[in-house]
Write a protein that binds this ligand. Structure first.
Ligand SMILES: [Zn+2]
Length: 158
């Protein structure tokens, strides 16, 4: 890793400490870099904002996308103090940065009381056997909207 990359990760780790110390949320931080510049950052803010989706990576992705005025993070690198959970992994794939660097592993997170292994296990289960059961109905009604989308002109494809 280059000195610059180490400095970006150091800032992500500092955000994780600061967020925890200031009572914003859990010990997680993230910075997003484009062309050698930090264009977005965040720390976990779940408990202070009552937002279960306010993980450091999601907060940083929202910040970076706002600053770039784009819903894509093409050509960006994401530095996070911990290996992303499944939700953040999904958000990262939707945002499409070019690379992710992480410091703590998900095993380290589990040892600190942040275990997301159960979500990976849930993914393997049939929908009706998950701890939060999913039930499907009214597909035909909902499908009409997809048909409208397919026919729609002047849409922003993402
Ligand atoms: Zn997460």
């Amino acid at each position: 890793m280059t000195e610059q990359q180490k400095s970006f990760m150091k800032q992500a780790i500092e955000l994780s400490q600061m967020g925890m110390d200031s009572g914003v949320g859990g010990p997680f931080g993230c910075v997003i870099v484009k062309n050698g510049q930090i264009i977005g950052k965040g720390s976990n803010a779940v408990s202070s904002t009552n937002d279960p989706t306010a993980h450091a990576e999601v907060v940083a992705i929202r910040d970076a996308c706002k600053n770039l005025n784009s819903f894509q993070l093409e050509g960006c690198e994401l530095y996070t103090s911990c290996e992303p959970c499944p939700m953040c992994l999904g958000a990262i794939y939707w945002a499409r940065p070019s690379k992710v660097y992480y410091a703590n592993t998900k095993k380290d997170a589990a040892a600190a009381g942040f275990d997301d292994q159960f979500i990976y296990e849930e993914l393997e289960l049939p929908l009706e056997e998950r701890s939060i059961p999913f039930h499907q109905f009214m597909r035909d009604d909902a499908k009409g909207v997809f048909e409208n989308w397919i026919k729609k002109e002047n849409k922003t494809v993402y």
